[in-house]
Design a protein around this ligand. Structure first.
Ligand code: ATP
Ligand code: ZN
Length: 434
């Protein structure tokens, strides 16, 4: 080695030593800074979770504190998710919900309570979250997420939890998040079951459209109001969404280790059942997440060219002539059902389980599902006698009336507004469960 070369190497070593010293000092400073970033109260508050090795200690707690999570829907899924995210110390939490707290929500939407009945759900949730943890910022959006506002609302957040309950909302949230590059934690559930997945992970994973390129037919979509739901079952899903959100924020998942998955939960299976399936990666033909074949753009969404509700469709219940084939609840109350010579008993077409909760005395039950599938269920009724048909809100009763007319019943009428109108206009003491 020449003298010159040796001197050069020494200079390089000295420079590296200096750089190393500076980096060490900077790191020390950073640590001091981060130590200061939590208050003494927060050290104690989050102590139990910071101790968990999988969570990742103080640095993960700081990641949570600096994270911004948007939860869309403060219902059955959103309630526990919001509570756990607030409790865990997520620095900024946005809540979108245009609905108000209804008494039928309280058995499962545990962030709300009797004192916040009729209050907007985002505002109601905020009250509970601030009581739970005043260190965090809660931003409320008491509006429906729509084509016009979705980009503005979602943009400032790092991560989105889709806790909504309709396909139209799910597609809108998906497309907005894909186009803004946001990861979505997506949950859904009904009755005793539910599912969970992570979509558009780090803007690389598959999206909702990759899994479901077309929406389900409207007659196969059941809401909690129609199908019912067990509170803790949907609560499990909302809680699992919060767990996945924490894992995303603290860096449990990375680009390298993340594999798309779908978790299915079944609460009323013996011992309960939880299964996780690996899902395929992005679909090459996806209209939103593959830029090469992208048809869905921010401009098209904001201009309303993409019509989510229209595309997902809705059931058409207006199948009768309102003048001749429908009567009001008040008119029904004047009908003399003791005239068995000319009248069939009042036909209630709700599901058996709902009929058993409460029904009008003297009515009989043939559920719409049975009636639409089988002819024999009508054998006890006389097609030559007058028939009145009722359900909860007057939707299935219209479809049933049409079926009866097609099966040669001579005079059939549906009750407008169903039992809901019966309660409002005829008998306030009728026990309503809706
Ligand atoms: N596009 C949207 N923008 C804002 N909130 C939404 C949107 N779509 C759905 N939600 C909200 O998501 C929540 C879903 O809650 P959940 O599934 O428990 O049903 P629900 O509508 O409260 O009850 P039910 O079906 O019994 O009437 C609701 O509070 C609803 O208002
Ligand atoms: Zn996709």
């Amino acid at each position: 080695m020449t003298v010159n070369k040796e001197a050069e190497l020494r200079r390089e070593i000295e420079a590296l030593k200096k750089e190393n010293k500076e980096l060490k000092a900077q790191k020390l400073n950073d640590n001091k800074k981060s130590v200061c970033a939590l208050s003494l109260e927060e050290y104690r508050r989050y102590g139990r979770q910071m101790q968990v090795p999988e969570f990742g200690g103080l640095s993960s707690q700081l990641k949570l504190k600096n994270s911004k999570i948007l939860v869309i829907g403060a219902g059955g899924l959103g309630s526990p998710a919001l509570l756990y995210l607030a409790a865990a110390g997520v620095g900024k939490i946005g809540i979108v919900d245009n609905d108000v707290v209804d008494r039928t929500n309280l058995h499962r939407q545990i962030i709300h309570d009797t004192s916040t009945l009729n209050l907007n759900k985002a505002e109601s949730a905020r009250i509970k979250m601030r009581l739970l943890n005043s260190n965090i910022e809660v931003v409320t959006y008491p509006v429906a997420l729509t084509n016009l506002n979705s980009f503005q609302i979602v943009e400032p957040y790092d991560l989105v939890l889709d806790c909504t309950d309709t396909p139209a909302s799910r597609y809108l949230i998906n497309d907005t998040c894909v186009l803004l590059g946001k990861t979505i934690i997506s949950g859904s559930g009904l009755r005793t079951e539910g599912q969970l997945t992570i979509l558009n992970f780090h803007n690389q994973g598959p999206c909702y459209r990759c899994f479901y390129p077309t929406p389900p037919p409207p007659n196969t979509v059941t809401s909690c109001s129609n199908g019912g739901v067990i509170g803790p079952c949907i609560g499990v899903l909302g809680t699992m969404m919060a767990v996945e959100a924490l894992k995303c924020v603290v860096g449990f998942y990375t680009q390298e280790n993340f594999h798309p998955f779908l978790t299915l939960y079944s609460g009323f299976a013996p011992g309960q059942k939880l299964r996780t399936f690996r899902m395929r990666s992005r679909m090459s033909k996806c209209k939103v997440c593959n830029p090469d074949v992208r048809e869905i753009t921010r401009e098209k969404i904001e201009q309303g060219v993409i019509d989510y509700k229209g595309w997902c469709g809705a059931m058409n219940y207006n199948v009768l002539n309102p003048q001749t084939q429908r009567i009001t609840a008040k008119q029904l109350s004047k009908v003399d059902f003791s005239d068995v010579e000319h009248l069939n008993p009042l036909l209630d077409v709700r599901p058996r389980i709902q009929y058993d909760i409460s029904h009008i005395d003297g009515s009989i039950n043939i559920p719409y599902d049975d009636l639409s599938r089988s002819k024999s269920v009508l054998e006890g009724l006389d097609p030559h006698k007058k028939t009145y048909v009722i359900c909860r809100f007057g939707n299935d009763s219209q479809l049933s009336t049409k079926i009866l007319l097609e099966r040669n019943f001579e005079d059939v009428k549906d009750v407008i507004g169903g039992l809901d109108s019966w309660k409002k206009d005829v008998n306030a003491d009728f026990p309503s469960y809706w």
